[in-house]
Design a protein around this ligand. Structure first.
Ligand code: MG
Ligand code: MG
Length: 263
């Protein structure tokens, strides 16, 4: 395991990438409505990246083992889809929820964030799912302090979500980020055996990204080899921020909100 500890200047670099990610996610949120296709949202993100002189860290990504390179600059995961949905011809419908996971590279630094957005009018249960997942993210961010360890983030996220009667999707989680999209350490969303539990120290930059299911915590990967759905097709949501651990409060690099404020 190789954990990088970034200087203030390096964290400022990641923040520039993070703020580009934040701005473009807000453009995508505003464009999300019934009738729009996930491919149109992807094309919009391509244009917004180019306008800012940024590049994609998602497009062409291949985690190995015969997985085809990822085709989009966004992951667009609708309803029971958890993560890694490939943007395409699917048109959004009133009542859908869509998880938009998005990253960018600016001057060699990576940012990564995700939001789940309602399409038109959604059910009260879906609204509660979005609220609980976003709140779980901020519980995790609140635990990202020096003196704590990776599992303290996991525990903060998991105890909140399970207390609300929902489940964390198994075997997924956050990660370090910096010169690469995915760096050490892995930050499991739910406790599992055999995952290293390193201490959190100032200069670590991590992505915290709870994925929450209304029903089963289990998943299946679709035949496109990317899209991950809940095993029982229950609704799922995903929120993510890139966060720097400092000697004091965590610094959220993909939001203008601070951890003490939340939301
Ligand atoms: Mg992401
Ligand atoms: Mg991530």
């Amino acid at each position: 395991m190789t954990i990088h500890y970034r200087s203030k200047t390096e964290i400022e670099g990641i923040r520039r990438a993070g703020l580009v990610v934040m701005e473009i996610l807000e453009v995508l949120r505003a464009a999300t409505r019934p009738g729009v296709t996930t491919g149109e949202l992807d094309a919009l993100a391509v244009r917004e990246l180019a306008r800012r002189g940024a590049t994609s860290n998602f497009k062409g990504y291949s985690p190995a083992r015969g997985t085809p390179p990822f085709a989009g600059v966004i992951c667009a995961s609708v309803n029971e889809q958890v993560v890694h949905g490939i943007p395409g011809k699917r048109a959004l419908k009133d009542g859908d929820i869509i998880a938009l996971d998005f990253g960018a590279i600016v001057d060699g630094w990576h940012g990564d964030s995700a939001i789940t957005v309602p399409v038109g009018h959604i059910s009260p249960e879906a609204e509660r799912l979005l609220r609980v997942t976003q709140e779980a993210l901020w519980k995790g961010i609140g635990a990202a302090k020096p003196g704590a360890r990776v599992y303290d983030i996991t525990r903060a996220v998991q105890s909140y979500v399970e207390g609300q009667g929902f489940a964390l999707v198994e075997h997924y989680g956050g990660h370090g980020i910096g010169r690469e999209l995915h760096e050490d350490p892995f930050i499991p969303n739910a406790m599992e055996q055999g995952i290293p539990n390193p201490p959190l120290r100032p200069g670590m930059v991590v992505c915290i990204e709870p994925m929450v299911s209304i029903g089963s915590p289990r998943t299946r990967t679709l035949s496109d080899k990317w899209t991950v759905s809940t095993a029982d097709n229950s609704l799922s949501a995903h929120f993510e921020h890139t966060v720097a651990i400092t000697s004091g409060e965590p610094l959220v690099l993909t939001s203008l909100a601070s951890a003490s404020v939340g939301g």
